[in-house]
Design a protein around this ligand. Structure first.
Ligand SMILES: Nc1ncnc2c1ncn2[C@@H]1O[C@H](COP(=O)(O)OP(=O)(O)OP(=O)(O)O)[C@@H](O)[C@H]1O
Ligand SMILES: [Mg+2]
Length: 251
């Protein structure tokens, strides 16, 4: 099971949309995917289910060692959900010994049961993100093509270096930086994309995620983008294909 953290400390950069659409594309390619909502906002969970009805969530799994059975979302996709309860983990987890490895330890039971595990991270660099970066093999960094994009990427890359240096996860790798919410009609989006490309080269995925309201429509109806626009779905099929090609021999 390859574990991929989808992380950026900045809010609204397309982390949850990337998690949903990459998972759907991996499933279309026949891969099994475990989704983990590591964000107390619970956006990923709300995408698929009514959080009010959840009795056991990632909070209970991480803080009390509770058994949490993933919810079946589709033939190849299951979800470990979260609600606002998880916000308390930012205060309570640090009191535990070896707390950064709590998620990593919890996920061990799923090794061999799924091909991929995608961790939807919160927009912060607190203990939940530290747990995700400690558990992950790879990080995918969605960055919206707005002002400050470069500074935003630099901060998450520095955090990843810190996690490696303090030996929490020495083999952690940045898989790709993914430019998101890109509007090609806007000159400043073009400039920011070019600057990211100049700075990060092949580490930046060659195609940006286009800005379109169809992503919001997909959220409202709880489906991935390919249902709204097969052409947009192809973008995610290619991203998933790249991931599969680059990870399959190590699964
Ligand atoms: N390519 C896109 N084009 C237009 N809107 C988008 C696109 N991707 C995401 N959005 C919209 O932008 C908002 C933020 O997206 P999303 O929730 O995926 O970001 P996030 O990084 O997970 O946010 P947060 O930091 O709050 O967790 C949502 O309303 C989503 O529908
Ligand atoms: Mg999100």
């Amino acid at each position: 099971m390859k574990i991929i953290a989808i992380s950026n400390q900045k809010g609204g950069t397309g982390k949850t949309s990337t998690t949903v659409n990459l998972a759907a594309a991996l499933a279309r390619a026949g891969k099994s995917v475990l989704l983990v909502d590591m964000d107390p906002q619970g956006s990923l969970t709300e995408y698929f289910t009514n959080p009010e009805e959840l009795k056991v969530t990632m909070y209970n799994a991480l803080l009390d060692g509770a058994t949490l059975t993933p919810l079946v979302i589709g033939e190849h996709i299951q979800l470990l959900p979260s609600t606002i309860d998880l916000a308390a983990a930012e205060i309570q987890l640090p009191a535990k010994r070896n707390q950064e490895r709590t998620l990593s330890r919890f996920l061990r039971q799923f090794v061999g049961k799924f091909d991929y595990c995608l961790l939807d991270c919160p927009p912060s660099l607190g203990v939940l993100t530290a747990n995700a970066l400690t558990a992950a093999h790879l990080v995918l960094v969605p960055v919206s093509t707005e002002l400050m994009a470069e500074r935003t990427v630099k901060l998450i890359l520095n955090t990843i270096e810190d996690i490696k240096e303090i030996e929490l996860n020495p083999s952690l790798k940045v898989w790709r930086i993914l430019a998101t919410i890109y509007d090609q009609r806007l000159a400043h989006h073009k400039e920011i994309l070019a600057a990211l490309r100049a700075k990060y080269g092949s580490q930046l995925y060659p195609e940006p995620v286009r800005a379109t309201t169809k992503y919001k429509d997909a959220v409202t109806s709880g489906t991935d983008i390919s249902d709204f626009d097969p052409k947009l779905g192809e973008f995610w099929d290619e991203l998933a294909g790249t991931l599969i090609a680059e990870t399959q021999e190590q699964q």
